[in-house]
Design a binder for this molecule. Structure first.
Ligand code: DP6
Length: 332
């Protein structure tokens, strides 16, 4: 129909992880995080307003969204409506090419695309900073997918009064030297996860004795990561990313009860990454809230790394990603 707006966004993979909220309502994180936006797995979202409708209509890959998935999207639309001072319901049609709920950051591209499309459809005049803050309210990691390349999401000043804290936390591009890395993504299990990242991070913050030390070391990791990216030092970038991710998983494993996303297949892939390094290939692993493993390497080594990882991820699928663009409007 007329007056529709369509946006597309890709997921990002964090090299310095976001794990833990200080404010669950405003999505304010304990620590700043840093990621690479991918050039694969786009989410395309169309939004148009319907003055006559009494409820939002949300379609996800052609089927009506239901339950928690629908509630998150309509809740996000409520926020946009409140800002716009409008009450119109919306028709939202989302098409996603990434396996949902498998720790492949589908919510990042999803809410980045929705933020851009909904903000435009409701007439909010937001710059990238404003869009990043808005996307954050749908899913923390989505704040980073507003930007292409590498982005840092600033924790901001979460203990300030709410309005000020909200304004202080957004993502922005990170300056990077002459670096053209690939991320080889080993999907060892594309099924939905047992524990949502939201519930898992809450439990980690509340119960893990390792959470505070990890958060402190993550702040140092971010400082080192910025320097490593500036000097385009892929080995340093990879080493920092790998330890930051393993540390995040250590905080989950020490939560009570423990949260474990890594499977035997994940560890087999991690072993293949160690073998690659022993053979002199720069390859470093990072894992999120699922068993899949993302391997950072030089673009020139991506095919070789993908081969090694494919052999290790018996039965799994392997994708090669480069750095992609930020969220944007497209013509239909
Ligand atoms: C492990 O952004 O999906 O991928 O803010 O609750 O929606 P919510 O969580 P989400 O968490 C991502 C966690 C992570 C690390 C990261 O992307 O930084």
């Amino acid at each position: 129909g007329a007056n529709g707006v369509t946006a597309v966004a890709q997921p990002n993979i964090a090299l310095i992880k976001y794990w833990g909220k200080r404010d669950e309502h405003l999505f304010l994180p304990w620590t700043s995080s840093l990621s690479m936006t991918l050039d694969i797995f786009p989410t395309t979202t169309r939004v148009h307003l319907d003055a006559e409708a009494t409820d939002d209509e949300v379609t996800f890959n052609g089927a009506p969204a239901a339950g928690e998935e629908r509630r998150r999207i309509t809740g996000f639309l409520d926020l946009v409506r409140q800002r716009a001072g409008l009450t119109h319901r919306a028709v939202v049609d989302t098409r996603n090419t990434v396996p949902t709920g498998a720790g492949l950051a589908s919510s990042a591209g999803g809410f980045a695309a929705l933020a851009v499309a909904a903000a435009t459809a409701y007439g909010l005049d937001l710059d990238d900073t404003g869009l990043s803050r808005l996307a954050r309210r749908g899913s923390g990691s989505a704040s980073r997918s507003i930007f292409g390349g590498f982005a840092v999401w600033n924790a901001g000043t979460p203990t300030a009064p709410p309005a000020e804290a909200d304004l202080s936390s957004y993502a922005e591009p990170v300056p990077v030297g002459d670096l053209d890395p690939a991320l080889v993504i080993a999907v060892v299990n594309a099924g939905p996860k047992d524990v949502s990242s939201r519930a898992a991070m809450r439990r980690t913050v509340e119960t893990s004795p390792l959470f505070e030390p990890w958060a402190a070391s993550s702040r140092d990791d971010l400082t080192e990561m910025r320097q490593a990216l500036l000097r385009a030092d892929l080995d340093a970038v990879g080493e920092i990313a790998e330890r930051n991710s393993l540390g995040m998983h250590a905080t989950m494993l020490s939560a009570r009860p423990a949260v474990r996303y890594l499977s035997p297949a994940s560890l087999t892939v991690l072993d293949s990454v160690l073998r690659l390094r022993r053979d002199g290939i720069s390859a470093y692993a990072t894992m999120d809230a699922g068993p899949n493993v993302k391997v950072l390497c030089r673009r020139a080594d991506a095919d070789l790394v993908a081969e090694a990882v494919r052999a290790a991820a018996a039965g799994g699928t392997v994708h090669i990603a480069g750095t992609g663009q930020g969220a944007r409007l497209i013509d239909e």
